[in-house]
Design a binder for this molecule. Structure first.
Ligand SMILES: [Fe+2]
Ligand SMILES: [Fe+2]
Length: 316
């Protein structure tokens, strides 16, 4: 059995193979194609008009989601540092780190151009928030390479779901198309990392299971440290763009199933213990998700009843 510290080398051929597969399926696309440039005009600095809230066609929910998603994409230098220091700059790992970074950069370019041209959000507020968030940076702590690759398997899928569902609430077919395009990239990133973890499970089942359990139990979105994240993530959850139910059903469980986590027979006592902890955590997460969805449905019913002028007691 390969010791975890030699895992990166042991996984190199799998990385090379998946890099080739990725390059074969990833389609070229251009951020400028997704930006309605004809809607653009100068700001006051060049003699035009500065941004005002009434210029935005986006709902408060769409604004909060796009703002959060774009800032998350903006912190790319931090994520690059996170994976470059763990995966290295040599061989297939290094090529992947470069390619992944270049692809991710497209997401921020497309979203920023779209938001500035359509005046979807306040560009001054956006720029100040970017400065703050990038200055403090993102730090995932002392994750090992194995933990990092487990974490990003979930995180890429989480951003896929979040971009996709944000597109739906924008009420703009252009933004929807752009965010669907970005989600496709996130899905391919997820598949790449998921395949690496699947190979790690074969090479070092116990250490990999421990890493998976740790990352699921301690999962946090990379944007969790940005200013106003709690408020924005509440808006995002209320709108069903990203909530505990989606996190459990569409992010965590499909990936765990793809790894055959619950039916594996190759675990030793340490792996087995990690799997049990994971199982207990997932049960609690599922219960919490149900509670959240029930409460949200009650709140929506209450708001609908109030808007209809009916008291909630009579309506229920
Ligand atoms: Fe991205
Ligand atoms: Fe991604």
């Amino acid at each position: 059995m390969t010791a975890p510290e030699h895992l990166l080398e042991a996984l190199e051929p799998v990385v090379a193979e998946n890099l080739d597969r990725h390059l074969g399926v990833a389609q070229e696309w251009h951020p400028h194609d997704y930006v309605p440039w004809s809607q653009g005009r100068d700001f006051a600095f060049l003699g035009g008009e500065d941004w005002a809230p009434e210029q935005s066609q986006l709902s408060e929910t769409a604004k909060a989601a796009m703002f959060t998603n774009l800032l998350t994409e903006d912190n790319l230098p931090s994520y690059h540092r996170e994976i470059a220091t763990r995966f290295g700059r040599d061989g297939a790992w290094g090529t992947w780190v470069g390619r992944w970074t270049a692809e991710e950069n497209r997401h921020g370019i497309a979203m920023r151009d779209y938001l500035v041209v359509t005046r979807g959000v306040d560009p001054v507020e956006l720029e100040r928030a970017r400065m703050d968030y990038m200055t403090s940076g993102y730090d995932s702590g002392d994750k090992t390479a194995l933990e990092a690759v487990a974490y990003v398997s979930f995180q890429e899928l989480a951003t896929r779901v979040s971009h996709r569902n944000t597109g739906k609430v924008t009420n703009d077919p252009i933004a929807d198309k752009m965010l669907a395009r970005i989600s496709k990239d996130e899905n391919l990133h997820m598949i790449f990392y998921r395949n690496i973890v699947a190979a790690a499970l074969e090479i070092a089942p116990d250490a990999t299971m421990q890493a998976i359990a740790k990352e699921v139990i301690g999962f946090e979105m990379p944007g969790a440290t940005m200013a106003g994240f709690r408020r924005s993530s509440m808006i995002i959850a209320k709108a069903g763009i990203y909530d505990l139910r989606l996190h459990h059903d569409e992010v965590i469980m499909p990936v765990l199933r793809a790894w055959n986590v619950f039916d594996r027979t190759d675990l030793g006592p340490e792996g087995e213990q990690a799997r049990e902890q994971l199982g207990a955590f997932l049960e609690a997460l599922d219960a919490q998700a149900t509670k959240f969805v029930d409460r949200r449905a009650e709140n929506r019913a209450r708001v609908a009843a109030r808007d209809d002028g009916v008291s909630p007691d009579i309506a229920s």
